[in-house]
Design a protein around this ligand. Structure first.
Ligand code: KG4
Ligand code: ZN
Length: 342
């Protein structure tokens, strides 16, 4: 660490995690604090925007203070503040951005707004010592399933995206149908760990076309039919015995993650690129990692995942990308706005 080292404070509050982190020169994590609201939303089976906003408001100052304490740093030592300002839940984004503006004003620090999905990409890039661009990048989370061609840390061309549900949302809803706990991705992974992924057939959506788009909502209906039969009512008993839960979970998860992996390979082939980056909450998934590694190896493609701690929402990726934005002279003013859409 030299006197030139840039310490960026990152703040993230776009969905249901209140997070702050300090990262040196966009690479070295000095401290990272994540306050998850999972317990507050679990009873509802998904994120309730009103509850999320109020929870961010309660915890944001404590999270920032704890981040500085863990870093053993004073605000004067910071070079700038980076904050997620798009896309996300409006009320949640507003809390983080307002807090960041107040701190930037009080501490007289520059501020920059960060795109949440591009920050998920940065989390994966941080695992590579000297990235050589371009990459095909998959961001797959509860809110997003998108494929990009990344030509630098700041240049991402959208190649395809989900036309309906995100893959994480699909896993969350499937888990709710199976009466597994929220969030559904980790629950399905756990319940299906020893199941047979070939025991139930789920059609992998949109694979018969050249398109790099995804569609996951039909898979929920397919699952419902498997569980209760066509023409089902929610009150009908399962036609699949519950002892088959492990097999259903393994098969469903397999169909979702194979689709993701196969579209990544297709994007690589279409763009003549041999490297894939994967970030976002679903990138924690062990079956996705395994299938992606296998499929990529078959096609001589190198796959790099964000570390699990930086796959789900965190502020390390915000501080990291913030560093790159400051370095590219893209600082914002205190008029920084929030945007629900990308
Ligand atoms: O990135 P994230 O924290 O929030 C959004 O930006 O959406 O992702 C949360 C999503 C949830 O849908 C959750 O079920 C999923 O990531 N997830 C997983 C795993 N861990 C989290 N999905 C599959 N397997 C996992 N191990
Ligand atoms: Zn996210």
């Amino acid at each position: 660490m030299t006197s030139e080292t840039q310490f960026i404070l990152g703040i993230e509050s776009s969905c249901d995690e209140t997070a702050a982190a300090i990262v040196a020169d966009g690479k070295q994590v000095i401290s990272s604090v994540v306050h998850s609201q999972i317990d507050e939303h679990a009873a509802w089976g998904g994120v309730v925007p009103e509850i999320a906003g109020r929870s961010h408001l309660r915890s944001i100052r404590t999270v920032v203070d704890q981040c500085l304490t863990e870093a053993n740093m004073r605000p004067e030592q910071l070079s700038g503040i980076a904050v997620t300002n798009r896309p996300g839940l409006m009320g949640s984004l507003l809390i983080g951005v307002t807090a960041a503006k107040a701190l930037a004003y009080a501490w007289q620090k520059p501020i920059v707004g960060v795109h949440h999905i591009e920050a998920h990409i940065y989390a994966a890039l941080m695992s590579i010592e000297q990235p050589t661009f371009p990459f095909i990048t998959l961001v797959v989370s509860g809110g997003h399933t998108s494929l990009y061609r990344s030509d630098s840390a700041l240049e991402h061309q959208l190649l395809g995206a989900t036309r309906d549900d995100a893959a994480g949302e699909c896993l969350d809803k499937a888990a709710a149908m199976l009466e597994l706990s929220y969030p559904g991705g980790p629950s399905i992974q756990k319940a299906g760990a020893h199941g047979d992924p070939k025991s139930f057939q789920f059609k992998q959506p949109m694979l018969n076309r050249e398109s790099l788009d995804f569609s996951f909502s039909g898979m929920k209906t397919a699952l419902l039919y498997k569980l209760r039969g066509p023409g089902n009512r929610l009150t009908d008993p399962w036609i699949v015995d519950r002892k088959h839960t492990a097999d259903v979970c393994a098969s469903f998860e397999h169909a979702v993650v194979s689709t993701l992996a196969r579209k990544c390979v297709r994007a690589c082939q279409q763009h003549d690129i041999q490297q894939v980056l994967v970030g976002g909450g679903v990138a924690c998934n062990l079956r996705l990692r395994r299938i992606m590694d296998e499929l990529c190896a078959e096609h001589n493609i190198q796959a790099t995942f964000a570390p699990p701690a930086y796959c789900t929402d965190n502020a390390v990726m915000i501080a990291g990308l913030g560093y790159e934005l400051f370095a590219a002279d893209k600082a914002d003013s205190l008029n920084l706005d929030v945007f629900a859409q990308a």
